[in-house]
Design a binder for this molecule. Structure first.
Ligand code: BG6
Length: 474
């Protein structure tokens, strides 16, 4: 009983939040590089403030991040010491294609990831590769407008072809887009889209989403053709939506919120636009333009497995009700009076993970993979410089316990769990460094200072023991 013997324990990162080295070895500029820290970040990531290059007035934390570009051997060695069986990481698109539309890839970029995969191989760590984790070349945004343009499908598939062929001997598990549903909430970060005044934003977002959905289906087709061993997953930001009360209007509103979120996975896993989306998008006049053959593509190439991030559940009330607001993974919702909250105001709800696992599995009946879950917190070293992050251990313990119950008692088919993030890195939502998630502390401070030295927190040994005992000892 408990977790299956081959359960994939590990951790997850994203290129732009850890690599740095944005001008090394011919890499080009990406949307994620120009998202500044500070007050304007939200306007930039939501596409309401145009930022396609650096300016003097802002600070851009992705430029150095935690410099994993030069520390990856040390970092992967530490992951191996914790016993990782899987490392989820992403490719910086502009290391492979600096502008996005070149014919030939940048060999230095190919070499960099090859070195990472070799390092993983050395420790028998399976890479799980996100092809685009909020990553879009600035070149493609300037020339084509990002994912609002259907041409993006070809550029993305060209990237996929290079990755699937060049890394065939190292990688068999891929995710097409990180948190694909974020396109609705952070369209610049999710899809390289910024808006001009007066544009129909919703229409653009659903059109871009359609392009990503087609790209994802065609990538699945290609991956299977290039290597029949390849397994392709979709990835969405999950978190069950609870009705604020049992008032039917609250229940209805929560259902609508869940449907908006599940829309992407409904298409990627079942292979067609669900009726509720067809009706509502047509009614609003934002149903995307489709080409002949699109429906067939979606139908023919569904994903092999479903992955998601889970940080919190959400609580939803009918419009017009007096409620307090809670933060969360890029979405706000109503404050749930029964939960505790993190220092960033995100609800903490381990049972919500079990609920979410059950809901997703009931809906799709495909293998699941939790590819992000963790606690962003302010870590303060004690007088010996050691971080005693019992709060993080408690958060993860409770969530892993809930996940174990979903597997053991509810029969949810779960492939693995990668915590976000095994090492401190830059926050996607805020651009902060002080919002730390890692088992490994990085001496990099909010003002950019620090030696970049890595050290183990208390949670390091704890997670190591969790993996050693296959989740028995929490
Ligand atoms: C997810 C992203 O939204 O949540 C990650 O896939 C991100 O990139 C993580 O870092 C945690 O959010 P934040 O805003 O605390 O970094």
């Amino acid at each position: 009983m408990g977790f299956p013997k081959d359960f994939l324990w590990g951790g997850a990162t994203a290129a732009n939040q850890c690599e740095g080295g944005i001008f090394e070895d011919g890499r080009g500029l990406a949307n994620v590089d120009v998202c500044p820290a500070g007050a304007d970040r939200n306007a930039v990531i939501t596409g309401h403030m145009k930022m396609l290059e650096f300016d003097e007035a802002h600070v851009y934390p992705a430029a150095e991040a935690i410099d994993m570009y030069h520390h990856f051997r040390e970092d992967i060695r530490l992951f191996a010491e914790m016993g990782f069986r899987v490392y989820r990481m992403s490719i910086a698109w502009t290391r492979i294609f600096p502008n996005g539309d070149e014919e030939n890839p940048n060999e230095a970029g190919i070499h960099f990831y090859e070195e990472i995969f070799k390092e993983c191989q050395k420790y028998q760590i399976m890479p799980l590769v996100t092809i685009s984790h909020f990553d879009c070349p600035i070149g493609l945004i300037k020339k084509y407008g990002g994912w609002r343009n259907r041409k993006m499908i070809d550029f993305y598939l060209h990237l996929c072809e290079v990755l699937f062929t060049r890394y065939k001997e190292y990688v068999t598990h891929w995710l097409t887009f990180n948190e694909i549903n974020m396109i609705l909430h952070a369209p610049f970060m999710g899809a390289g889209i910024y808006f001009e005044n007066g544009e129909n934003e919703e229409q653009i977002k659903y059109q871009a989403a359609h392009h990503e959905l087609i790209a994802s289906a065609l990538a699945t087709k290609m991956a299977h053709e290039i290597n029949p061993e390849n397994k392709i997953g979709c990835m969405f930001a999950a978190g069950a939506a609870y009705p604020y009360s049992c008032k039917p209007k609250d229940v209805w509103e929560a259902l609508l919120t869940d449907q908006e979120n599940y829309f992407f996975v409904d298409v990627q896993a079942r292979g067609y636009y669900p009726n509720y989306a067809i009706k509502r998008l047509h009614k609003k006049g934002v149903f995307p333009l489709m080409e002949d053959g699109d429906e067939e593509i979606l139908k023919q190439y569904p994903v092999d497995f479903i992955s998601f991030s889970y940080y919190n559940s959400r609580c939803i009330a009918a419009p017009g009700e007096e409620t307090e607001i809670a933060e969360g993974n890029l979405f706000q919702s109503v404050k749930n009076p029964y939960l505790k909250f993190s220092e960033w105001g995100w609800p903490i709800d381990p049972l919500g993970l079990r609920i979410t696992l059950n809901q997703v599995y009931d809906r799709y009946q495909k293998p699941l993979f939790i590819v992000e879950n963790g606690l962003g917190a302010l870590d303060k070293p004690n007088e010996d410089g050691f971080i005693e992050d019992d709060y993080r251990i408690e958060y993860l313990r409770d969530h892993i316990r809930a996940m174990r119950q979903a597997v053991e008692e509810d029969g949810v088919e779960l492939m693995g769990y990668t915590s976000w993030a095994p090492i401190d890195l830059i926050s996607a939502g805020t651009g902060e460094m002080r919002k730390r998630y890692g088992f490994i502390y990085v001496d990099k401070q909010e003002d950019g200072s620090g030696s970049l030295m890595r050290s183990k927190k208390k949670s390091f040994e704890w997670y190591k023991h969790v993996i050693e005992t296959n989740g028995e000892c929490l």
